[in-house]
Write a protein that binds this ligand. Structure first.
Ligand code: XMP
Length: 507
């Protein structure tokens, strides 16, 4: 296990990603993790992340006992400064801000920079500056403003870089991480998803024993992969429940049933609770209240259905790694602006123990695990869909008629994106109802109907997003079809805001 000590950098997940891409299992741990925890986890190398603090403030530093473990260590940005500060070097506050692209000139032979070009492009983001290295270290790279941009202490297996090797703006960064892990720490890559699948099936069996488990499936990637893994482990002792809340996309309930039950062989228990949800949502217009009502109704319906399973002790949940990291980092805005955890509190309420088979994985790893499990690409490559479904795509009140308008127009948009090959190029695409009336003309008649906004965004993780530059022909065809085929709509607009300042969903 490679431990990334988290000092709060926005790039921490990227460090873990790069390390895993190189074939090493990696966890992000709090910066002040104890030596005992690292020992128990079988840590073989340490990476100290960047972060917004200043080392001379003495508050955000690794424990000395952790450095005394003598593990191969790589300090990145703030991590380098922290190492220098603790091990007898010197860091000066605010002497030289350097942000963005810079050119690193190599100095002498370097084990860490082995195989990189000279010079190479390096991404910088620092305010404080290392002016003196710990005794015994050698400078192996500098930039115009940073005299110690890369340094090493071979005897102590201590490596330091002021730049960020984990970002794509440091094109040779992966090579540097690989040098650290393979050549210098002497580790062999051994992390792959086939092994993960086998080991996870065993782990679920061990955790659940002879017990029984329920899980909620939505047809999305995470819940499907979690359910299929658990089904492999538990067979009929798994009771997967699919709640149709009536806020799904066109034909979605049937498709989910078809794929999960017939293609994947899950013993699916589907509940059509759409009328109950719509009744509970009647008159509700506030976005957060919608989420609350949907979350509460979901829990009730799920609970009732789970009772039919007989005695159950476990709840399987498709929680992913980015949601579980105990982090000092400031999470991105979407985590606080909207209540995303639609069914929080379910395990406590139902006295169930949680099983989270995906809690170590990133989204793209879940997709690859899904491929290993034989889950159809249709499910694995699906765009994310919010738990509250179309409810957050209908500003104001939700009515069957409004659902029809958003559902039909959405289906046309998605069909056109698939047909043109654009679907897989965007992170998410959908239609949003604009509950205003505007004038149109169809044939000889004046119309006065509602509009939809089309939203398509590119993103890597949903935290930030840019509007997708779709080909005009695709947009034109989609708009034309929507006003021709969906009665009740006479106008289509395209959302060209990014996130931030907007969010992906409209509510
Ligand atoms: P926003 O709109 O915050 O969305 O930019 C970021 C990502 O999260 C999804 N989203 C939700 N997912 N429950 C969910 O499970 C929610 O209440 C919710 N709201 C937004 C959104 O679709 C996008 O992928």
């Amino acid at each position: 296990m490679i431990a990334v000590l988290d000092f709060g950098s926005q790039y921490n997940l990227l460090i873990a990603r790069r390390v895993r891409e190189l074939g090493f299992y990696c966890e992000i741990l709090r910066y002040d993790v104890s030596a005992e925890t690292l020992r128990q986890k079988g840590t073989r190398a340490l990476i100290l992340s960047g972060g917004p603090s200043t080392v001379t403030d003495e508050t955000v530093l690794p424990r000395r006992e952790v450095l005394d473990l003598g593990l191969p260590t790589l300090g990145i940005c703030y991590g380098m400064q922290a190492l220098c500060h603790i091990l007898g070097g010197r860091v000066e506050k605010g002497t030289s801000a350097e942000y963005g692209r810079s050119v690193l000139e190599r100095l002498g032979d370097s084990a860490l920079l082995h195989g990189t070009s000279d010079p190479f492009e390096a991404w910088m983001s620092h305010f404080d500056l290392v002016t003196e290295l710990p005794p015994g270290s050698t400078t192996v790279g500098r930039t115009a403003t940073c005299p110690h941009a890369a340094a090493e202490h071979l005897e102590r297996r201590l490596f330091m870089v002021q730049f960020h090797p984990e970002v794509s703006h440091t094109p040779q960064g992966s090579r540097i991480l690989q040098n650290f892990l393979v050549r210098l720490a002497g580790l062999k890559p051994d992390w792959n998803l086939e092994d993960f699948v086998g080991a996870t099936v065993e782990r679920i069996r061990a955790q659940v024993g002879n017990g029984r488990a329920v899980c909620a499936v939505s047809g999305g990637v995470d819940s499907t992969v979690a359910a299929v893994l658990s089904h492999r482990a538990l067979g009929d002792r798994l009771y997967p429940i699919f709640v149709d809340h009536g806020l799904l996309r066109k034909n979605e309930a049937d498709q989910v049933d078809l794929i999960l039950r017939q293609e994947l062989g899950l013993p699916l228990h589907a509940v059509d609770a759409s009328e109950r949800f719509l009744a509970a949502l009647a008159g509700v217009t506030d976005p957060e209240k919608k989420r609350r009502v949907i979350g509460e109704t979901f829990i009730r319906v799920f609970e009732e259905e789970a009772k039919k399973a007989g005695p159950v002790d476990f709840l399987i949940q498709g929680t992913l790694y980015p949601d579980v990291i105990e982090s000092v980092s400031v999470r991105g805005p979407s985590h606080t602006i909207k209540t995303h955890h639609n069914v929080g509190g379910l395990p406590e309420r139902m006295h169930l123990k949680l099983v989270e088979p995906l809690r170590e994985l990133f989204k793209d790893e879940v997709r690859r695990a899904g491929t290993v499990l034989g889950i159809p690409a249709d499910i694995l490559n699906r765009h994310p869909f919010p738990g509250p479904g179309l409810a957050v795509r209908i500003p104001g009140e939700i009515t069957p008629e409004r659902l029809r308008l958003v559902r039909e127009s959405d289906a046309i948009f998605i069909e056109e994106l698939r047909r043109s090959g654009e679907y897989d190029r965007v992170w998410q695409a959908f239609s949003v109802l604009l509950p205003i009336h505007s004038v149109g003309v169809m044939g000889d008649e004046r119309t006065y109907e509602m509009a939809v906004a089309l939203r398509a965004v590119t993103s890597v993780d949903g935290m930030t997003a840019d509007w997708a530059r779709l080909p005009y022909e695709v947009m034109e065809r989609t708009a034309l079809r929507i006003v021709n085929e969906v009665k009740g709509l006479n106008r289509v607009v395209y959302d060209i805001t990014s996130k931030p300042p907007s969010t992906i969903e409209w509510e």
